[in-house]
Design a protein around this ligand. Sequence first.
Ligand SMILES: [Zn+2]
Ligand SMILES: [Zn+2]
Length: 334
Amino acid sequence: MMTRAVVSGLVAVIIAAGPQLRAQTGVAPDFSNIEIHSLHVQGNVWMLVGGPFNTAVSIGNDGVLVVDTMVEPLADRLLAEVKKLAGDKPIRYVINTHFHPDHTGGNAKVTRAGQSIVAGNFAAQVGQDAANQANIIAHENTQLRMMSDLKPPPPFVAMPTDTFFTEAKDLYFNGEAVQILHQPAAHTDGDVIVHFRKSDVIVAGDVYINTTFPIVQVDQGGSVQGVIDALNRIIDITVPAEKQEGGTYVIPGHGRLADEADVVEYRDMNTIIRDRFLDAIKKGMTLEQVKAARLLRDYEGRYGASSGFWTTDNFVEAVYRSLSEPPKKTTQVR
Ligand SMILES: [Zn+2]
Ligand SMILES: [Zn+2]
């Protein structure tokens, strides 16, 4: 069992640093001991957990759809686990919830292991190579940030092949509607949540994590209000079963499988925090004064951290900035 500190430390290493950390410290993050475990959530959907990283897969008659691909060093283990669950069923689609390398790092290997659905004459036009790869679906801002914010940018084969800039994209796969819903300016500016409608499962990506305070990447187009909006979107879709437990399940970007009650609690916390900050900003308090006032005191025991990638201070700065500055746009703005 990994402690929360270890988990958030690992996430830290990946999200912020990856290659940069290696360049700075000469130390590569160690993934050798991470095993991938799977959990059948319900319907077609499985949750795969590898240390601090989560992936979801839909398995059925049409084949396999993979939501997020963990980090590159875990891709072979991820594929082995998918094969264990799905046998020889082909991987048809990959969906990326956002651009961070702990969600897209395995794209190249997973997409190469797959096959896209290419019908009739079109197969000849796209050629055998493209037909032998799974399609990668993501919001357009995810593709843009993979090119501009990841250093070095990932290889062409790892890039999303099927992007959209509208509010939502739908597909029908394994006998159910799969809705890919953009959540603007939340954790980043390219987040999507994926709703498997018949299986009754939502894959939230990093707009909902239950290991730390929300990671609000203001420089990547994120905002605390966008995170709250995304949590409310999830709560709109989820329906609890008896005694407010179970029903619709929510797979977080990091952390354990959740249901509506968990997301409601997290949303409430973030709404309270936002209101405290808005009040402080209205009173003219500076960031330093807000830090000193410890506005998160009552939540720090559960979600706070004094070291690692996402400390309480990082969160305080992000909330303060996102409520007092306009969101940052990607390089190309439509
Ligand atoms: Zn992320
Ligand atoms: Zn993440």
